[in-house]
Design a protein around this ligand. Structure first.
Ligand code: ADP
Ligand code: MG
Length: 705
């Protein structure tokens, strides 16, 4: 990095120690470079003004020009505030400040013409602006060096210390002239030309101080491209390195285990999509390179079987396999499914989780080390150091997004030649995210459900029509079907954090359902995170066997639980769930041949986001469409849990809005590595050193599995 860019931010004129500390803590801006990379999230066209009569509460921002009225203090105690007005030729609006009155009184000049910028609110039929940005029209005209004014994100604390969006812009204008010649090009000349000839330095200047829309657009495109390009380059290079340097175990044969299972034990025909994916996996595992493949398939698409078939190929080649699930319940279920599938075949399958008893654990560990176990199913417990394999050839990870990348990396220590890795996920990852997160993984998609499945019918019902819903449940139960009723649990997974209110909602629900569906005609069971494991297991097993008609539960049943006879999923307080979670829950039904239903119960009043989620659920069963919508509604960080996901930090590009740039960047990166894998060509030197710098800064070590 250029020296000057590493300068601590407090040295910039206008910052100083106090604001410097705030910039660090509030916006993570510690150096000149950080400030430079604090890109505007929007631009305001300063030449356009709203007339006051045009204002409505729906406008996200408004810019006005008018005369500032007198300042008054009104209200008592907490409600004490300063008010004023701004008047233009068409009308007037109210201005209100709850803080900073003294400073404002000394700096604002009533009677003068001001430019106002802020978010309009409506109150009792009048428009008001809380804490508007104001600038004297005269000063504003002097400062009109850019028609397009960048808007920077800031925080309340920063604004209170004078660091409004506009003040940050001023800092930028102080900084930029000091950086002349300090922002070297990182792309090849060829590529810069292809991108419209905007150099890096020009682009950065333009983005912080745009001259006109066309030049701004070109600059934004170039910087977004650059950001995404280096991420792709790094991912693709990593993939290339893996393929070249790390030989994988070669699984050449498809032998007896696979064939006997396929011909004699498989109770149904594979779907076309399953066949295709198994073929892709076979090809990978026979290639001599280590496989890193992500299988995406909607709930119920039959991923478990694909995993099993892959493990049988490993076995046919003399290797052990591990199947890792994110929860105890899932691990148990996989174990049961797989044991049932391979019954009668000479295949040793065992279950190892945190709950495995000491003696049992010991015998499993010994047998694994000796190679006497062919397939081990388990949870995180499989990652512990004392779990040693004789010859681990394949690791299948189910519902991968729950595993941190660090955990995936630990698998590598388990054998000298890295095992093949198959990651299966039922949460379809939007293509854009998959490309950014898993650019180094090959992906397969199971885009077909087993035949005979009827699409689940999803409806939205308000709490007020609960009686009708109960009536419907009664009819379904009379037909022999079973029902899930799910309550939200925000801190899922950690029983200690299960909040009192949520537990109460659940038990209240359980009681009212039990009253409506009384013994002995009906049986209702309940499962939640506060129960001990044995009770939970007992209740799950009872429901699975058809011993109860209704299972009232928290989201513990979210992932993977398979009860084909359950055909109705009622989701209580559906407005409180995220889209992916709703889709996962819905996937618990529709597993048998019967028509299945998902009933989303909500409060009579719904916010906009909640409404959008519910409408999406009612409209489509397509997991990919739902994932895309979720990404749009929530943003990638939230969706994946940025901390865990290894999602690279993006300063300027947006994975939702900039899909096309991402695709472009990926293609260019692939072509480049095809031509010059090590970027040895002198004309690629800028990219080589920028890439090296990136890697020094933040190794993407987690991406190796
Ligand atoms: P998921 O992809 O959600 O993990 P599962 O592997 O649990 O799905 O499969 C869902 C159900 O479909 C299971 O009961 C499984 O036995 C069944 N199944 C899987 N493949 C097929 C197939 N090709 N034909 C019919 N049923 C299948
Ligand atoms: Mg599954």
């Amino acid at each position: 990095m250029q020296e000057v860019l590493a300068t601590p931010i407090e040295f910039l004129k206008g910052v100083g120690p106090q604001r410097g500390a705030l910039l660090r803590s509030e916006l993570n801006i510690a150096t000149y470079l950080d400030l430079l990379q604090h890109f505007p999230f929007r631009y305001v066209d300063r030449s356009r003004f709203h007339r006051i009569t045009e204002l409505s509460e729906d406008l996200p921002q408004a810019q006005l020009r008018g005369i500032l009225g007198p300042l008054h203090m009104i209200g008592e105690k907490q409600g004490r505030r300063m008010v004023s007005t701004l008047t233009d030729a068409t009308g007037s609006v109210d201005l209100v400040w709850f803080k900073g009155a003294r400073w404002l009184q000394s700096s604002l000049k009533p009677g003068q013409e001001y430019i106002l910028f802020g978010k309009p609110n409506a109150f009792k039929g009048r428009i008001n602006f809380p804490h508007p940005e104001l600038e004297l029209a005269a000063t504003w005209e002097q400062g009109l060096d850019a028609a397009l004014q960048p808007v920077y994100s800031t925080t309340e604390k920063l604004t209170a210390k004078g660091l409004s969006s506009r003040a940050i812009w001023k800092l930028m204008k102080t900084l930029l002239p000091q950086l002349e010649g300090q922002l070297p090009e990182v792309l090849s000349t060829e590529l810069v030309d292809w991108l419209g000839g905007v150099s890096r330095e020009q682009a950065i200047r333009q983005v912080h101080a745009p001259q006109d829309q066309a030049r701004l657009d070109a600059a934004l495109h170039r910087l977004k491209f650059e950001e995404l390009f280096f991420i792709q380059l790094q991912l693709l290079e990593q993939k290339l390195l893996l393929q070249q340097s790390l030989r994988g175990n070669v699984f050449t044969t498809v032998g007896d285990h696979f064939n006997r299972f396929y011909q004699e034990h498989l109770p149904f025909e594979l779907t076309g999509a399953q066949k295709r994916v198994v073929k892709e996996i076979r090809k990978d595992m026979g290639s001599g390179h280590q496989m890193n493949r992500l299988v995406q398939g909607d709930v119920g698409s039959g991923k478990t079987l694909v995993g099993l078939l892959s493990m049988l190929i490993a076995l046919d080649n003399g290797f052990q396999s591990a199947l890792m699930a994110p929860t105890e319940i899932l691990a148990q279920q996989h174990f049961a499914t797989i044991s049932r599938f391979v019954e009668g075949l000479p295949i040793e399958v065992r279950l190892l989780t945190g709950n495995t008893k000491q003696a049992e654990r010991k015998s499993i560990l010994t047998a694994l080390a000796q190679g006497a176990i062919h397939i081990v199913v388990g949870t995180h417990a499989l990652l512990e150091d004392r779990v040693v394999f004789q010859r681990l050839g394949l690791v299948v990870i189910d519902e991968q997004h729950r595993f941190g990348v660090a955990q995936r990396a630990r698998l590598w220590t388990k054998s000298t030649v890295p095992p093949h890795v198959l990651v299966m996920t039922a949460t379809p990852i939007p293509r854009t995210l998959a490309m950014t997160l898993y650019g180094d993984l090959d992906t397969s998609v199971i885009d077909e459900l087993p035949p005979g499945r009827k699409p689940i019918r999803t409806v939205h019902r308000f709490d007020s029509s609960r009686n009708a819903v109960f009536g419907f449940l009664e009819e379904e139960i009379a037909k022999g079907r079973q029902v899930y009723v799910v309550y939200p649990l925000i801190e899922e997974g950690d029983p200690e954090k299960m909040m009192g209110k949520e537990l109460k909602d659940l038990t209240d629900g359980f009681e009212s359902i039990s009253r409506r569906f009384p013994l002995p005609k009906y049986a209702v069971s309940m499962v939640h995170g506060r129960m001990d494991q044995a009770t939970k297991d007992y209740e799950m097993a009872r429901f699975k066997k058809g011993g109860t008609n209704i299972l009232v539960a928290t989201t513990v049943i979210e992932v993977g639980v398979d009860v084909p006879n359950a055909s109705v999923m009622v989701i209580e307080n559906a407005e409180r769930f995220g889209l992916s979670q709703l889709h996962q829950l819905r996937g618990r039904v529709g597993r048998g041949a019967e028509q299945s239903y998902c009933i989303l119960m909500t409060d009579d009043k719904l916010g906009n986001d909640a409404r959008a989620r519910i409408e999406t659920m009612v409209r489509t069963n397509d997991g990919f469409e739902i994932a895309e919508t979720d990404l749009r509604l929530r943003g990638p960080g939230d969706l994946m849990g940025t901390q865990q996901s290894g999602l690279p930090e993006l300063h300027i590009a947006d994975l939702v809005a900039d899909v096309h740039v991402l695709q472009q960047a990926r293609q260019v990166a692939m072509r480049l590595l095809d031509m010059d894998p090590e970027l040895k060509d002198p004309k690629h030197a800028p990219m080589r050193s920028a890439l090296a710098e990136r890697k020094r800064g933040k190794p993407l070590w987690g991406r190796i599995s």
